[in-house]
Ligand binder design. Structure first.
Ligand code: SF4
Length: 280
């Protein structure tokens, strides 16, 4: 078998800022003897609600491994993205908030257009800026061999949408233990708990996880609560963010431990329940 990490361009490596996709990036760089071909680009789509630790980790991977990572953010403009950097990246939800204002409502588990706009459309527009049309280039996604269903769903969605996707970690049969072993041997890493990745209080995280995050980082509730007030709506039909924060204040000792520790170590948009219609 050819080395699954020897990616043939044109291709965009989608770097989520999680441990798994960082490991994939590392292996791809190694497979190319330390330097990616010009037609293999790396992109990180920042929603503005990523944790500071994620931004630092993305920056550090780029610097330590000598690879140019394009930091992209959604804009309500043509093209629909702007390239930023570690210093200029949004840190207070600005792209996400601008999108909510444009849509005049909140995304939720049924209407997950935040992913479609803030991640998928941004990467597609970035590819278009390089002269690459969907189907003519590969999206390289960090899903492991042990994330089977996500891979099937991702392939199905990509096929429907005429996109080409590659899962080198899965082809190389890499499982979670290998990724964790890799990071234990490094002298730097992502300083987050596994459930803290992607947007900090993403409504796709279970209520116990969101409560745990609010307990550990009380300031994280503010932005989400403000969006709910401003739009007179809710991200999760079961709870308002203010209610979760109140529960945490009233019963700080009754927090259940997070259930699925690896769920948020993956790109939210390119692997699981996203459907292209949701981004219309
Ligand atoms: S992490 Fe959650 S809130 Fe953020 S873009 Fe993805 S689905 Fe939306």
């Amino acid at each position: 078998m050819l080395n699954p990490f020897a990616i043939t361009g044109p291709a965009i490596i989608s770097f989520s800022g999680g441990r798994t996709s960082a490991y994939m990036l590392h292996e791809i760089i190694q497979a190319h003897e330390g330097r990616l071909p010009d037609d293999v680009q790396v992109a990180f789509a920042n929603t503005g609600k990523e944790r500071e630790e994620t931004l630092r980790f993305v920056y550090e991977c780029g610097v330590r491994w000598g690879v140019n990572i394009h930091w992209l953010e959604w804009r309500d403009a043509k093209p629909c993205f702007e390239e930023v950097g570690f210093n200029s990246a949004s840190r207070d939800g600005e792209p996400f908030e601008a999108l909510i204002k444009k849509k005049q409502r909140l995304p939720n588990w049924r209407e997950r257009w935040c992913t479609g706009f803030l991640k998928v459309k941004v990467l597609t527009a970035f590819a278009a800026s390089l002269g690459w049309n969907p189907g003519e280039y590969a999206e390289v996604i960090g899903l492991r061999y042990d994330e089977g269903m996500r891979i099937f769903r991702g392939l199905e969605n990509a096929e429907k949408d005429g996109r080409k996707v590659l899962y080198p970690l899965s082809r190389a049969k890499v499982v979670k233990q290998q990724v964790m072993a890799f990071w234990s041997a490094q002298d730097f890493g992502l300083q987050l708990e596994p459930w803290e990745g992607n947007c900090d209080l993403c409504f796709n995280k279970g209520r116990d996880i969101r409560k745990r995050i609010i307990a550990d980082h009380p300031a994280s509730a503010k932005w989400w609560h403000e969006q709910e007030v401003e739009q007179n709506g809710f991200f999760d039909r079961r709870d308002r963010v203010a209610d979760l924060a109140r529960e945490v204040r009233e019963n700080p000792d009754l927090l259940d431990p997070p259930i699925d520790e690896e769920e948020f170590d993956t790109e939210c948009g390119l692997s699981c329940g996203y459907t292209p219609e949701a981004a219309e």
